[in-house]
Design a protein around this ligand. Structure first.
Ligand SMILES: Cc1ncc(C[n+]2csc(CCOP(=O)(O)OP(=O)(O)O)c2C)c(N)n1
Ligand code: SF4
Length: 317
């Protein structure tokens, strides 16, 4: 397992964005869906030569209603709980076919795609196993911070205070009462060569991270922030803006962990007030000033942890 491949890495720039669209339009995602935008960008970055494994969730349901499909690549459906296990099987079978001479010797990217429920909750065991076994594949979590496909229930990636249908605020509750599970840290704890966070508001950064994840041999994990206007109770045109604000308020820091070393891709020295990010989203509308301030303190503390790690890991000049 190594990140050696990054030594010769050529970045996608505004001028070299691929024109291919391996994920076709005409799918049935809601208007303004940030998750489907993230999916389109990551598919463009990889290109048509890949195998996609996707598990149940919004992106599968909107794209694969038989007899239609949005996937212009070999695609396999996995159950909600086992995207990583199915991807492991595809990758292992491919290796065997090469060894037996049925296929030419060539690396074909195998990419597992799941929502935050399929990743942080029900698919976590399959993911941990696949990362531990060291399969050469990329795992992408499209994080819209709840189980959207089945009606906006909370997941362990739902942030503190957010309203979902299973964490309704009221007299006895302020919404979600646990903190968002730190999936990138959990993936990194498996000592894999590449972990990254990405956002559709920073599209070149997202595409380059996916390219790096594919280039690296061994398991790679990319966690993509994916605003969901429907579940977040916000206007459909705000998905990209809210993804940008999540970075600028420090809610969702953009970073990479390469061979265990942290790199903060976007320093946010003067964060915007958290309320700017919260205000357009109905899921946070019930929160009082004191609670928002409490959440803001934690957001800053979490960001500082990553910034400090990155500072400590930075190579000496
Ligand atoms: C074992 C199992 N339990 C429950 C379901 C029902 N189910 C399908 S999609 C889904 C929610 C998916 O949430 P997430 O993974 O966060 O993806 P999103 O829809 O938010 O993109 C659930 C609970 C299922 N398909 N299989
Ligand atoms: S519910 Fe949310 S994530 Fe699902 S398709 Fe609609 S906007 Fe996209």
């Amino acid at each position: 397992m190594t990140a050696e491949a990054l030594k010769n890495f050529t970045k996608i720039t505004a001028k070299t964005i691929p024109e291919v669209e391996p994920f076709a339009s005409g799918h049935r995602a809601c208007q303004g869906c940030g998750e489907v935008l993230a999916l389109r960008l990551l598919m463009k970055a990889i290109g048509p030569e890949m195998v996609a494994v996707s598990c149940t969730g919004c992106m599968e349901v909107v794209s694969s209603t038989f007899p239609q499909t949005s996937w212009r690549v070999p695609w396999i459906h996995a159950a909600f709980e086992n995207a990583a296990a199915v991807a492991s099987g595809v990758e292992a079978a491919h290796k065997v076919m090469i060894r037996k001479g049925y296929l030419p010797k060539k690396r074909i990217p195998v990419v597992a795609i799941a929502g935050d429920g399929g990743t942080a909750d029900i698919g976590l065991q399959a993911l941990s196993g696949a990362l531990e076994r060291g399969h050469d594949f990329v795992y992408v979590c499209l994080d819209n911070e709840a189980y959207m496909n089945t009606g906006i229930q909370r997941s362990s990636a739902t942030p503190f205070g957010a309203m979902t249908t299973t964490t309704p605020p009221g007299k006895y509750s302020q919404g979600q009462h646990t903190q968002k599970k730190n999936m990138p840290a959990i993936a990194a704890a498996h000592d894999i060569p590449y972990v990254a966070t990405a956002s559709p508001a920073y599209h070149l950064d997202l595409m380059n991270k996916i390219r790096k994840a594919v280039a690296i041999e061994g398991p790679a994990y990319v966690h993509i922030f994916s605003p969901c206007p429907t579940g977040w109770r916000m206007r459909p045109e705000l998905a990209v803006e809210s993804a940008r604000l999540a970075v600028r308020t420090r809610v969702f820091p953009l970073y990479e962990i390469i061979n265990g070393k942290y790199i903060l891709n976007r320093k946010v020295n003067k964060p915007k007030p958290l309320q700017e990010y919260f205000q357009p989203q109905g899921r946070f509308r019930h929160l009082d000033e004191k609670t928002v301030a409490k959440i803001e303190n934690r957001v800053n503390a979490e960001y500082e942890k990553i910034a400090k790690r990155a500072e400590a890991d930075a190579p000496e000049e």
